[in-house]
Design a protein around this ligand. Structure first.
Ligand SMILES: [Zn+2]
Length: 342
């Protein structure tokens, strides 16, 4: 007898874009919608109205038109096992439990709340653990931008176990508008944030007392140097006003300032990866997010130094893998976590 396919709706409220999709329990994204994240005085009203509109429009895309849950991912802190958004850095209107209450009441579906990085980490972990997301991987391939210096997912020329399972210790470092770290140990997502802030301390790459202050409240966070907002701002400071694709072009053209910027950025990323490796000793580190997708030349700069920095005898199994799911990871992970909880 064929097992009944369960389906959930994933909602990923990003700093710039809100994505909603219908996702099966094996991680297939059947349909999705996206729009700029609401801003301004009426942001809360606009957001809930649009989300309900999206959920209503997407529900018929599910097999048998049955959706069993909604997974909601937000950029900030959530109270574990509750419906309350405790703190957001860039979208204060999301704080409190109003969004989960409204979504539950108006969709008549159970809603599970998590952080965006937890959702994306779960999706990438599941994608690596199974081949069931292959259709999505094929779509994401165009943006994965693996460089020749980054080992492919399935190495045949090494002595490491050939299993596709991501191992018992998995880390995901995601470079979006901000930067997030997710860790899964023995199949369980770990709370890596210290509670009062949105960044893990292993992401501090500048420990000087007068290091720049991050919006999360700590000084010297990786986000200040390699997050999307920081990179766009740094590119502008060297006369590149059209964002990361223009920075990538300038690097390819040998622009000396662009090269300096990328070298500095890769240096702090390598530092953070070293911190993560020392702290969590992951068997796999997945690096992903829009910044890396727009700047493939960062890959070539990161790969060799990280390889060099990690003692092979200490971290024999450590591998770096390009994220597979691109900007779909949050939606897929939110839905899969909702199905897991339901
Ligand atoms: Zn921070």
């Amino acid at each position: 007898m064929q097992e009944k396919q369960t389906t959930a709706i994933g909602i990923d409220i990003g700093a710039t874009t809100t994505r909603v999709g219908v996702v099966t329990s094996d991680g297939r994204l059947l349909a999705r919608r996206s729009a700029p994240t609401s801003r301004g005085a009426r942001a809360a009203d606009e957001l809930i109205a649009r989300l309900i509109d999206d959920v209503t429009a997407l529900r018929p895309e599910a097999p048998d038109r049955t959706v069993s849950a909604i997974g909601l991912a937000i950029p900030g802190l959530v109270d574990p096992n509750t419906t309350t958004v405790r703190r957001t850095v860039n979208a204060a209107f999301l704080e409190g439990d109003w969004l989960v209450r409204e979504l539950t009441a108006r969709s008549d579906l159970p809603v599970t709340l998590q952080t965006d990085i937890a959702a994306a980490t779960w999706a990438e972990f599941q994608a690596l653990a199974t081949e069931s997301c292959s259709g999505i991987i094929a779509n994401a391939g165009a943006t994965a931008k693996r460089s020749a210096a980054v080992p492919p997912r399935h190495r045949t020329d090494d002595k490491e176990p050939s299993s596709d399972k991501p191992g018992s210790r998995f880390a995901h470092l995601r470079f979006g508008t901000g930067i997030g770290l997710g860790v899964i140990i023995n199949g369980k997502p770990q709370p890596v944030e210290p509670g009062r802030t949105t960044h893990a301390r292993v992401l501090i790459v500048d420990e000087r007392d007068d290091a720049p202050l991050c919006p999360c409240g700590l000084r010297g966070c990786l986000e200040l140097y390699a997050g999307g907002t920081a990179m766009v701002s740094a590119a502008r400071s060297i006369g590149l006003d059209d964002g990361l694709p223009q920075l990538e072009q300038a690097v390819a053209a040998g622009d000396v300032f662009a090269l300096e910027l990328l070298d500095a950025t890769s240096g702090v990323i390598v530092c953070a990866v070293e911190n993560i490796t020392r702290h969590y000793a992951p068997e796999v580190i997945v690096l992903g997010g829009g910044v890396l997708e727009h700047l493939p030349s960062l890959w070539t700069r990161i790969a060799a130094p990280v390889e060099h920095a990690i003692p092979p005898e200490a971290y024999r199994l450590t591998r770096r893998v390009a994220a597979q799911l691109g900007d779909k990871a949050g939606v897929i992970g939110a839905a899969l976590m909702a199905l897991r909880a339901s």
